[in-house]
Design a protein around this ligand. Structure first.
Ligand SMILES: C[S@@+](CC[C@H](N)C(=O)[O-])C[C@H]1O[C@@H](n2cnc3c(N)ncnc32)[C@H](O)[C@@H]1O
Length: 251
């Protein structure tokens, strides 16, 4: 494995907490051989597991493109990006819908789970310049012919998709937090039976658990997390690593 572990850990920087985790330094002694850890340098669990994986030039290119443009570095955390790829592949999902594209990091992770030459990713993104960059990064990763970008407010785009009778096997919710409950309702309505819903940042850097935080995004996230747990139409689980990820299957 080539060495810049700290840089790779920072790839999830936008995911709140990643910088703090990276500050823990990796304790994998790359030259010392498998199974050997450098003594006395504790690392956070996420950073430790991230450090085990090979460098990923395609995703690094996305991260560099974000920094070059001074965009917010808020792509999905590397470990959850890998989980998205795994879930798309394991569920054999073919039609993927992403809400919030940024620069295409999660889009690439989702599209990687599709079988070669099959399936399609639809991404909803508010900002035209972000959408353009995400499309370019998806194209550079080899998904130009299978990635559709819809620019504009996601609620309007979802209304349009519903009117058009579109259906999806996999949803990744990762846009404005106030609308997470609305996005969940749309996901359920647009879902093929057995579709998977994943949603990022369910802990909001600890604000979700802080009773003093009562802003609209925090309240919406609490409603969303509870709906994922309790909605009889869903079979769900909450993962508390990184900034929290919610997963559900639409029954
Ligand atoms: C956390 S970033 C997405 C990160 C991306 N999913 C990834 O992991 O690579 C959130 C994105 O949602 C977009 N966004 C925010 N509000 C939106 C809205 N109302 N409709 C569509 N996109 C929106 C932002 O412009 C931003 O690009």
């Amino acid at each position: 494995m080539s060495g810049n572990v700290e840089e790779r850990m920072n790839m999830g920087r936008g995911n709140p907490g990643a910088e703090e985790r990276a500050a823990g330094k990796a304790n994998v002694e790359g030259d010392a051989g498998a199974g050997v850890l450098e003594a006395g340098l504790p690392a956070e669990p996420e950073a430790y597991f991230d450090s085990l994986f090979e460098d990923d030039p395609e995703l690094e290119r996305v991260t560099v493109s974000i920094r070059e443009r001074g965009m917010p570095d808020i792509s999905v955390a590397p470990g959850y990006g890998r989980l998205l790829t795994l879930l798309v592949a394991a569920t054999r999902a073919r039609s993927l819908l992403e809400i919030g594209a940024l620069a295409g990091y999660s889009g690439i992770c989702l599209a990687r789970g599709l079988p070669p030459g099959e399936g399609r990713l639809t991404s909803l993104e508010l900002k035209p310049d972000y959408a353009e960059l995400a499309s370019a990064n998806l194209a550079a990763a080899g998904f130009a012919d299978r990635a559709e970008m819809i620019v504009g407010d996601a609620v309007s785009s979802l209304e349009r998709l519903e009117r058009e009778g579109r259906r999806f096997d996999f949803f990744f919710i990762d846009a404005d937090k106030e609308n997470y409950p609305v996005y969940l309702e749309y996901a359920i309505r647009l879902a093929n039976p057995g579709a998977i819903v994943a949603a990022d940042n369910t802990l909001l850097r600890g604000r979700t658990l802080n009773p003093e935080k009562q802003g609209p995004a925090v309240r919406a996230m609490r409603d969303f997390n509870r709906a994922m747990a309790r909605d009889p139409r869903l079979l769900a689980a909450h993962l508390p690593s990184y900034d929290g990820l919610a997963l559900a299957m639409v029954k």
